[in-house]
Write a new protein. Sequence first.
Length: 175
Amino acid sequence: MKYSVRIGEKERWVEFIPAGSGWKVLLDGVESYIDCAELSAGAYSILTEGRSREVAVDREGDLFRVRFGGATHEMTVLDEVRARTRRPERKKAVTGPVALKAPMPGLIVAVKVAAGDEVQEGQALVVMEAMKMQNELGAPAPGKVDKIHVQVGQSVDGGASLITLAPPVPAEAAP
């Protein structure tokens, strides 16, 4: 599986492929091999390039704090599907309907909202299984769920509309 790892403003792509007793790791396309053993909850011994390193990992959602060599590194880790569907910050207000689309073919395993629900940008709306992984797909913008185009158990093609959001009503326009 491929992951986006963001440390500060820098994003790197990491792919793990089982290889013998360890893993072939592609970091931005550069190949290396690691062997990893869990020492205790959150503590690991990693063997790479003939060197053994002890690493401690704490996780809070997508945020990982990795400690090794006397330093702590904070990073955000997203699987490939979630990384490719996240949206950059919006510069303009949303003025029309916005669709959440399937990033690739898959199977809908959960719909987490109902028509009429108010949602925030990034809020999980649908869980889709693709490439043997379950991925939460988040709202591409804040808004109100206008239409749900899928149901649990349905197979969808990449690019298919899953949910349509109506833009939020500005506070000053609300009755």
